[in-house]
Design a protein around this ligand. Sequence first.
Ligand SMILES: [Zn+2]
Ligand SMILES: [Zn+2]
Length: 298
Amino acid sequence: MSIPPNDTWHIVLPDKAQVFRRRAMRFEVLLTHRPDWAYLAFAEQIASAQQHSMTDHPSPRLPDERLLRLRNAHAVPPLCAHSGRQENGWHEALAVIGSRVSHATTGKTRTAIERLLDTPGAQIESFARGVLCGYYGGVDSEARVLLAAALQVHWVAMAAEAAARAAFGPTEVPSLCPVCGSPPVATVLRRHGGTLDRYLHCSLCATEWSMAVDRCTSCGSRGWLHYFRAGGAHSAVRAEACDECGSYLKILNLDHAPTLDPTADDLFTLELDAAAQDAGFARSGPNLLFVPGIEPSV
Ligand SMILES: [Zn+2]
Ligand SMILES: [Zn+2]
């Protein structure tokens, strides 16, 4: 089902100086609640390394103006991550992130990271394309997370760079990012004046784009939606599941808890994933900092 754009559709491009700084800070707070959770500490190290990497990230090379205009005219994401265009900027981010995280890890996680950093160019390009296409095989889970982290840095930098050079509008598939074409990691609710607006938050480039609060974010149905709620301090996070397409995605209410981060708080509320999946629903978008079943040694 396609969802018609409306007058209120709008987009929020990422602030590259803030995305990973806020995420790292949020992980630090979450770690105070669960200091024994090794994976949370691993994710915090990655977010911190992403922030460090972004400070020195080279200016990304965007597609030329003609191609940007052409894609916009055809409602295709201007910086489509699945276009086959080879990107080079993420290699610098991987070197920085890999170096910092490997020094903080031990055992098979460190071995997997070092093996990734020694991977020949053509093969690592193939691994990166797999990450961008949602393919989980071919590379160690820990290495896959690092690759995804580097790709996030590069695509956030590109989306920020494109803010002044490309026009953005609704695309053919409203559930995918209008900048890079990736699925969302979660949705967020923000209050503007008297209304609560919903945005989907891109799993790759951190762009946010608006969508009606009463539709499934995957298929657009206004049919049967179920909600799974987190307990205690995380009552501002819930999972929305759709009977029509069988998918679910989490909603973070930033009106109630402004410091929530879509990537960090999605990871922190895995019990909601378990509840939705036990009820037969499947995630409609990935959290690129998490591969199900991963248990790094840190
Ligand atoms: Zn995106
Ligand atoms: Zn649906």
